[in-house]
Design a protein around this ligand. Sequence first.
Ligand code: ADP
Ligand code: MG
Ligand code: ZN
Length: 482
Amino acid sequence: MAMDYEAVIGMEVHAQILTRSKMFCGCSADYASTPPNTHTCPVCLAMPGVLPVINEAAVEATIRTGLALNCEIPEYCKFDRKNYNYPDLPKGYQISQYDLPFCVNGELWVEPSGVEPKRIGIRRVHLEEDTAKLVHIDGQSLIDFNRAGVPLMEIVTEADMRTAEEAWLYVTRLRSVLRYLGVCTGNMEEGAMRCEANISVRPVGTEPFGTKVEVKNINSFRSVRQAIDYEIARQIAVIESGGEVVQVTMGWDESAHKTVFQRSKEAADDYRYFPEPDLPPLFPDRAWVAGLKAAIPELPYAKKQRFQQELGVRAEEAGLLVEDQEIAAYFEETVKASDGAESQTIAIWMTGELFRLLNETSSSINACNVQPAQLGALLKLVADGAISNSAAKDVLTEMFSCGDDPEIIVKRKGLEQISDGNAVATIVRQVLADNPGPVGQFLEGKTQVLGFLVGQVMKATKGSANPHVAREALMQELEKLK
Ligand code: ADP
Ligand code: MG
Ligand code: ZN
């Protein structure tokens, strides 16, 4: 008898913190597009006799992240040494946090489609330093120390996710939160955000967790889903064929599209953690922490709820709008500026036409030619029946490229809808005179020719008649002929 399995997933995310300087020295932390080994000093090169100094901005960013994730900030925190040997780690240890991290016991809410919002527990957020970067070229291994010592946060969840979709929603929402806070670019492809998935399976209805496998090298959001789905299927297949899942670390091979073995548990390092003797323990000031908490901006989940409940936006569009803080702000400004258009209509136009234009030109909302008030004005024209929906799409495209006001473009292109009943009636009478055959059919009871006649009116006005007004006028004139 086939058994049903359920996956259990916990995520570990590393996020590079956007500080000016590195974690324990004054070197610039901006290592992108700088020549190798130019942002280095005796501290991040681990020369003998040097001492680390804590970067306060990195501590603040970590605590703000923890607060945004509803974590508790313990009274007493410290740094520890995590010992291991690898060429990218010149000290032979990484300064990290072990048993007393800055943030514990938090949560992040995600919304899987078609079910209730789901709470993902956050076990901890701690602060550490990034390693140097190894580059393998033509059989040689080169090392770039620009990344060595860049501040890095690690955010670890409880094993609360059950599907690849939930894990994907979690990292997507987490990226939004990090970007809202301005603490990380969230760019996974550039390695600024890296995630590892811990995955096990168990028979549905049973409590104990199965043996977990850790999957590393997940370098894109798409890979989060693919790697987890692949690994779940692989573990189920192992169990179904009578085998046992072994606790190992695997890597996601993006091109081969599968998880591949990296190392076994027996080969796992014993990090011999001990308190970092060169750094003092920290006691985050309670008033300072409270101030940071009070200054956390409205975050995506709360914003989405508000857009749905107060502005009447549907969940789907609300979710798309809150992913990016600037997009959400643009939406709210448009709502304010457009007395007349429905919020949901604005949401549809933004997530449809405007997103398409932004995508096609790879531009950001901040550099957009169309100001919120202008989009509002355009949608007001549609709401008032002054222009048709399809004309509005052309107008928006034009606004997007030249930045002109919608009214000017509508005039320039002659797109005003004729909503004036008298003007339409004149055209309608002409159309009826030009089409005696269909008119005769209509009078004999073939009402379906009305559509044809509406089409003729639209044609005669080059599409600028309001179709509702045209239909009304036709009915009136035909009535007179009966
Ligand atoms: P490790 O010491 O191997 O890193 P941890 O207990 O610290 O393991 O957990 C690391 C991550 O793995 C956490 O996100 C945790 O929720 C998750 N996790 C722990 N056990 C399991 C399991 N059996 N299946 C899936 N995920 C798990
Ligand atoms: Mg781990
Ligand atoms: Zn340095």
